[in-house]
Design a protein around this ligand. Structure first.
Ligand SMILES: NC(=O)c1ccc[n+]([C@@H]2O[C@H](COP(=O)([O-])OP(=O)(O)OC[C@H]3O[C@@H](n4cnc5c(N)ncnc54)[C@H](OP(=O)(O)O)[C@@H]3O)[C@@H](O)[C@H]2O)c1
Length: 229
């Protein structure tokens, strides 16, 4: 049987890495997209099935390279948008560079990969999984710009689903809203207010996402929202 192919952005760390690993363990081929490639033991044990595309998700050449690689491999049926970086701070503290950091992966890249996925999936069908945050549903005053990026991603993703429905395309759209997770997100964020060490591990969230997305049931959850137990 031919392996199924997924594009996973933000595959080099945290939740995206867990999702990529779970797909690889289930026999999928993964086109992973991050600014840094995976070259550790995960790559060593799956080097035949893991293809690193290196670059920002908000860069046109990265988008093209990822979908060209998927085309070369036979065509993806799953696109997971997980790339994102935190840029936090009280109102009155943001430079343009901070704002661009918050928008780059969380909003611009998510839109770019979702939009290109429509063309890629139009004929064969498939799923788009957009990872956002519980910040997409709240007003966090010390995270105003990140909150704006994640609300924007939610507005885009819901509009995308309506547009897909209007065009009667066979593409499922999943909205994923993780709670705080213990990942590198907090170390790489601008002005993080926590180190995230007390948050749940991303694999518990990845397991639920994978189980929902790989189910062939005729009904599927459009939204998965996570809270700390
Ligand atoms: N951790 C949390 O508490 C939390 C809570 C709710 C939602 N989220 C969201 O969950 C998603 C995954 O976060 P995580 O916790 O797994 O963080 P993480 O461990 O820092 O992983 C983020 C991933 O995104 C990639 N990335 C970031 N900006 C990118 C860009 N411009 N272009 C390409 N790749 C980029 C990073 O790789 P490179 O650095 O190699 O590019 C990395 O692979 C993010 O969208 C985040 O906003 C996180």
């Amino acid at each position: 049987m031919t392996a199924q192919i997924a594009i996973v952005t933000g595959h080099s760390s945290g939740l995206g890495r867990c999702i990529a690993q779970m797909l690889l363990e289930r026999g999928w081929v993964v086109v992973g997209v991050s600014r840094h490639p995976i070259r550790d033991e995960l790559f060593a044990s799956h080097h035949h099935a893991l293809h690193n595309i290196t670059g920002s998700v908000a860069n046109e050449t990265t988008v093209a390279a990822a979908f060209e690689m998927a085309d070369t491999l036979g065509g993806a049926t799953l696109v997971v948008n997980c790339a994102g970086q935190g840029a936090f701070g009280e109102i009155g503290s943001y430079s343009i560079a901070d704002i661009m950091t918050a928008l780059e992966g969380n909003l611009v890249g998510l839109i770019a990969f979702s939009d290109r996925a429509i063309v890629h999936l139009r004929e064969r069908g498939g799923s788009i999984v957009n990872v956002m945050s519980t910040a997409s549903k709240k007003y966090r005053t010390a995270e105003s710009v990140y909150t704006a990026a994640k609300w924007g991603a939610k507005a885009y993703t819901r509009t995308l689903r309506d547009a897909i429905k209007a065009k009667k395309l066979n593409i499922r759209v999943y909205e994923i809203y993780p709670c705080g997770m213990n990942t590198n997100f907090w170390a790489s964020a601008i002005r993080a207010g926590t180190d995230g060490k007390n948050f749940p591990e991303p694999k518990s969230i990845a397991r639920v996402v994978i189980s929902a997305v790989l189910s062939n049931d005729t009904a599927y959850p459009q939204e998965l929202t996570f809270e700390r137990a």
